[in-house]
Structure formats: C-alpha cells, structure tokens
Write a new protein. Structure first.
Lengths: 299, 299
C-alpha cells in the first residue's frame, strides 16, 4: 500500500483548487494508494469517503516568515503532514503551500541526508530527443557555496537513476559558455570541484543548448534555476498567447509536472507551484504516488 | 556625415561572414554614411570602393587572454578601430570579435563615463505589446556589487530615452518573485538601493512575465543576463526546429538585432555575437549607424 499525505490548505488558491485537483486524480491513482488529507475542521466534510482526513487547527499563509510559522504553527496542515511522514504514517507528502516553511519543517522534522547541507528542489525540463533533464536547484539555495554543487550532483544523479532509470547520468553545469574559464567566481570554482570529484561530469552547458542537449542532470544555483524555470513558463505562456500548437510545447507546461521533489531530506516531500491550478494539483498527487514508489531517498 | 568603424577580423567566421554582411548592409545605409574597415593587408583588395580600408598588422583570436591581447596587439583590427574612435576619426565602432578584449580596450582607450565603474552590455528583448525591453547587463559583469545596479539603471534609462524615445522609462529588477524580500543577498540589496535612489524603479519582475510586461529597462547581473539571453535564443531555435511560425518569434532571433551596445564608455561601441552570420553582421552595421546618430553617450 502507498500512503500519500496532501496539504489541503497549501497554495494561493487553496482549498478550492486542491479539492478540484484531488477529484481529478482519484480515478488515476493505483487501487492500493491511500490518501491522507491535512486540512481544517471545516474542510473535513468534503473529503472523499475512501480518504483519511486529519483535522488541523490552522494553516500557514503564503506571506508568513518561514521559521516563525514553523515555530508557532505546529498544528498546521503543512507541519502535521510532515510530522506524520516522519513517523512513517505516510510514504510521501505533497503541498502547494509555503515553500520556505516546507523547507524549514523538512529540515527540522525529517532531517538531512548524510553529506547534505541543505535541501534542493528538482525540476524536470523536456528535451527534444524525448528525454528529460533533471535541473537542480530551482529555488531554495539562492546564496550557495561552490561545494553545494557536488551535493546537487549527487542528489540529481540519484533522482535520475531512481525515477528516470538512467544508470550513468550525464551531469553538466549551467554556464555562460562551454569553456572551463566561463562564468562568475562561484561557477568557475564549481566547475573545478565537479571536474575533480564528480564521475559523470561532462562540463558546462549553455542555456542556448537547453532543449537540444543530451544532459540528464543540470546543476545551477537556486536563483538562476528559478529564473530559467520561470522563463520556460514564460515561453509556454507566450506560445499559448500566440496560438502556437505543438506537442513539445505542452511538455513545457509546469501544470503537467505538478510538483518538484525536495531532495536531500530523509523522506519524500514534494512542493508544487503556489499558483497551481487543479491540473497541477492532480499531477502533484500522481507525482507523489510515483515518487513514493521510487527508491531514491537514502534515509 | 556618419562614420562607422568595422572590425573585418572580428568573429568566429571572420573575415568571410563580415564581408558578406557588409555587402548586404551597403544598399541599406544612408548615403552620407562612411565605412572605415579595419583588417589585414590581405583583406584590403576586397574592400568596396566607397569604403576606407585601414591595414592592420594582426587580429585578436577568440581564445586569447583579453588583457594580454590588449597589451601585445596594439596594431590589431579591434584595437586600431577603438583607437581611431577615441581620436574622433569615426562616430561608432562595431565588432563581432573578442568581447573581453573589446571591453579592456574600450575602458583603457575610451575611458568610462563619470560615475560608472564598469561597462555594461545591453540587449533588447521584444514585448508582446510591440515595445522592447532594454536588458542589462547581459554578459560582462558576472561578479558585481549591488551598487552597480544603480549604474545599470542610469545607463539603461539613457539608452531607452535616446534610442527608443521613452522619456520616463519604467525600470525593474529581474528577480525570483515580485515581493521585495525575494532573491539572493545581492538582489535583495540591489532592490533596497534602487527603491531609495532610482526614480523610475517599479520593483521586481519575474522571468515568467518577460514578454507580457510593460517594463522598459530590466536590470540583472551579467551572469544571469547572459543565461536569459541564451535561453531566449534556445527558444527561438526550438521554435524553428518544431516548424512553428509567427512574426513575434522572428523578433526573438538575435540575428535581427545584430549587436549589443556597450554602455558606460565614452564613445559608441557595439559588440556582436561571436557566432554571427551575415544577417547578424548586416544588422550590426545598421545598428552601429543608428547608434552613431543617437545622442546617448555622455562623453
């Protein structure tokens, strides 16, 4: 049996879109998947009969300070969900809520994997050859040390192996040019460290070769990663606005991915876009199910 | 009369594509525009009869160390072109050659404008409303101090005024979220400084709102700026590969812009993509002509 925890109060449009996404997901989940829903008392009557509802006292709002929210809202839907995951009562937990609070709670309650100093958030970018590139970090580590790129390489490689089934992933560093000497101080040092210490490292990848590359794992800091993730969203929005149609463009739609796994913590946590609509929530739940079944967390 | 200096030996495919681009540009230039060509003796016979050819002893290759190239190759096409610009023998100089050497030569020979600590390179991004966003820096300042964002704001605003005719440009900071608290240490500090000191500052712009925005000047560090520039190129390449057609997509093609003005130095210098083809070179030359006619350098 696979048990998935879901934050009913997470996201800019919660709880409405979470209910909508949940009802869309129900028919596509495996028959032995059990949903654990974390929400307020007033939400409980809406829970489908085959789910388990956990009544929480409060919800974390999007504008709150992450550490304060963690300290003061232990009985919130987000923190209760993580706490139950830590106790082994669920196999994965997913939320479209406060990303900072989710990180603090994951680090504090679940703890970090050995050798990892901070969690990282993964996003999948489609490639023209039909494959996918695992990109990390896409939003948490905005001020990082060059050494963290080695951690990202290890986390990205285990994700590529466990979820995409790639045994020897090709790893690259996002940079402003292919040459070793390219980039800023941080990226030059990261390149040196990766070259010395990372087996599958294939050098720099320029953003211009994004969709055409054969790279399985692409490393970047969370600031740059978040920018390229959002620029990809802007391309998708642009293509819709221009009336362009192509199967590949739909692969750029974040709603089709739904949620990003949080790597480096000792349990399976997924974070969805705060602006998620029902389709993204549906895919967050289905993503949580497949992550729960994959064997990549070194807990 | 407008006098434009052109580096015949600048670019990955020089001199061939420079000649091709030049012959494409000739018929579109204004009748009183005079071209000054800087190349090797062997190039001289190819110069059109109505141009002035300056025979140089050498060329700077793409892989050279910028400072060494500047010190050791004073009689190169790139440095001779900048030196003649400094002497007032031309009104603008354009090259698709070594960007680092061009920067060093511009700073050393032309000097910086008052209050500017480093040059910045501008790129124009198309907006869906038909306008353009002046983005800087897109490649030179990869490790910068927050104070430089104020310099970029001033350089970008004068570009928007002089070249795009926008009197009160709307200025924004590229960031990972609209809220003031978003970004890394550098961008948070830049936001504070801009808010306090920059008149037209309208706050953060997320990369997701790129094409839909009304922003006239978008500020970023040269590392991030180069990444978003190249990701835009990747999207253009992708759209061609997928067989998508739309007028707006052609506005994403860097070959239609040709060259980026180098802002902050005391004369008009344009830098084109090293990989420029004939069309990009043609537009580099036409761009140099319009920049030469615009009144934005505080020399």
């Amino acid at each position: 049996m696979t048990r998935i925890g879901i934050d009913i109060r997470g996201g800019d449009h919660a709880p409405l879109v979470v209910w909508d996404g949940l009802s869309m997901a129900l028919s596509e989940l495996k028959s032995d998947t059990e949903l654990h829903l974390y929400g307020l008392a007033e939400d409980a009557p809406k829970a489908p009969s085959n789910t388990k509802f956990h009544i929480c006292a409060e919800a974390i709002e999007m504008g709150e300070h992450p550490v304060k929210a963690f300290q003061q809202k232990q009985d919130s839907s987000l923190i209760r969900g993580i706490a139950d995951l830590a106790k082994g009562q669920t196999d994965a937990f997913a939320s479209a809520g406060h990303s900072g609070a989710l990180m603090v709670a994951s680090m504090q309650i679940l703890g970090l994997q050995e050798g990892i100093s901070r969690p990282a958030v993964v996003s999948l970018f489609p490639r023209l050859d039909g494959g996918q590139t695992v990109v990390l970090d896409v939003g948490i580590n905005v001020d990082l040390k060059a050494e963290q790129f080695l951690e990202f390489a290890s986390l990205g490689a285990s994700y590529a192996k466990a979820v995409l089934g790639i045994n020897k992933p090709k790893i690259a560093l996002l940079n402003t040019g292919a040459e070793e000497s390219k980039g800023n101080i941080l990226y030059k040092r990261a390149h040196e460290l990766l070259k010395e210490n990372c087996g599958g490292f294939s050098g720099n990848l320029e953003a211009r070769d994004f969709f055409q590359s054969k790279v399985d794992v692409l490393l970047c800091d969370g600031f740059t990663g978040n920018i390229i993730l959002k620029q990809t969203e802007s391309f998708y929005a642009l293509s819709k606005e221009l009336g362009l149609n192509h199967d590949f463009l739909n692969r750029l739609d974040y709603e089709n991915y739904g949620a990003s796994p949080v790597m480096g913590v000792r349990a399976k946590v997924l974070l969805a876009h705060g602006a998620s609509g029902p389709k993204a929530i549906k895919n967050m739940i289905l993503g949580a199910e497949s992550i729960a079944l994959a064997n990549f967390v070194d807990s």
